[in-house]
Design a protein around this ligand. Structure first.
Ligand code: NAD
Ligand code: LMR
Length: 337
């Protein structure tokens, strides 16, 4: 039964892909860190995206195998693997660059503990983006996102090629989790659920706005607080369950593929609204995740937070010291480097 359903889905999907192949503009997408836990399933999902015509899979090791494997999927995107010497070619002409390169957490670590290794990885990859495809949209997944996005921005500013519409920290997994947990707890159809998640991407800086969730369900305060905490600790829940074998990869690849799809839709003239961590003026923090409109040049509009409940106002206040410190740490990494 399920394999018949899968076959039916695949047939329908390939008909859809064929139609899109005839009509869509040519879009080149790169995944940097493509052989990793996120990189592999994300590469597969991007190969299945009808908006992609060329797919560059770059990693410091393991890309030939991943690229050969992914390239056999019968969709229009031409997938090609690149190793250390191929970064320039991987990036040339890219419309969208997705970066999941870097080390993941182990139990007991915070995302900030990854800064030492990942800050330099992100800086160097973004420098290559600034050199070889400065106009591309950049989706940054590597943690700590609260710092790696400022690192990317400062690096591009230093090179004189920064455009604030192009740089986005991927916080879609927080939205995916909030939707799942809200639907489960309230017994509503998950496909109908929307929950904005704002702030940053670490612990208390992750603030789901359940007061704005749809469909609207009124929850007792203790349930609301438990849902908020579970969303904030969603990453840690997975890190602990994986017990030393990394952090979220499959749900992250799904979330990154959704976000990348919205970015490509925007580029192709169908604006989309997503929560993402960007340069922002809607709060006291110079970077903040909120709903944005993605359009032909990237981030077209950053929406303000709307009406917050008292509990959410407290959450917003409580996150600021950590968020501001993480941002400053990223900025100083480039300025004093
Ligand atoms: P992983 O170790 O499985 O994969 C990382 C990949 O990056 C490896 O293949 C490695 O070879 C590659 N890499 C390392 N240095 C590189 C470089 N200089 N250039 C290109 N590739 C390089 O890790 P993972 O589970 O895929 O996680 C990757 C990152 O994503 C981590 O920092 C993790 O914390 C982060 N993450 C973020 C979110 C989010 O919501 N934004 C969610 C999950 C994980
Ligand atoms: C997540 O939210 O799953 C990621 O940021 C990975 C992590 O370290 O929790």
């Amino acid at each position: 039964q399920s394999s018949a359903a899968l076959l039916k889905w695949a047939q329908a999907a390939s008909r859809g892909f064929a139609a899109a192949a005839a009509s869509g503009p040519s879009r080149k997408v790169a995944v940097l860190g493509a052989a990793g836990g996120i990189g592999q399933p994300l590469s597969m999902l991007m190969k299945m995206n009808a908006q992609v015509s060329q797919l560059s899979l770059y990693d410091i090791a393991g890309t030939p195998g991943v690229a050969a494997d992914v390239s056999h999927i019968n969709t229009k995107a031409q997938a090609k693997g690149y190793d250390k010497d191929g970064l320039a070619e991987a990036l040339r002409g890219c419309d969208l660059v997705i970066i999941p390169a870097g080390v993941p957490r182990k139990p007991g670590m915070t995302r900030d503990d990854l800064f030492k290794i990942n800050a330099g990885i992100v800086r160097d990859l973004v420098e290559a983006v600034g050199k070889h495809c400065p106009g591309a949209l950049l989706n940054i997944i590597s943690n700590p996102v609260n710092s790696t996005v400022p690192i990317a921005v400062e690096q591009l500013k230093r090179m004189g090629v920064y455009d604030k519409r192009k740089i986005m920290g991927v916080t879609t997994l927080d939205v995916v989790r909030a939707k799942t947990f809200y639907a489960e707890k309230n017994g509503v159809d998950v496909a109908s659920v929307d929950v904005p998640v704002v702030g940053g991407h670490a612990g208390v800086t992750i603030l789901p706005l359940f007061s704005q969730a749809t469909p609207k369900v009124s929850m007792p305060q203790d349930v609301l607080e438990a849902l908020t905490k579970r969303t904030q600790d969603g990453g840690t829940e997975v890190v602990q369950a994986k017990a030393g074998k990394g952090s979220a990869t499959l749900s992250m690849a799904y979330a990154a593929a959704l976000f990348a799809d919205s970015c490509l839709r925007g580029l192709n003239g169908t604006p989309a609204v997503e929560c993402t961590y960007v340069e922002s003026t809607i709060t006291d923090a110079p970077y903040f995740a909120s709903k944005v409109k993605l359009s032909t040049e990237g981030v077209d509009k950053v929406f303000d937070l709307g009406t917050l409940s008292d509990y959410e106002k407290e959450g917003l206040k409580a996150m600021m010291p950590e968020l501001l410190a993480s941002i400053e740490k990223g900025v100083q990494f480039i300025k004093s480097g």
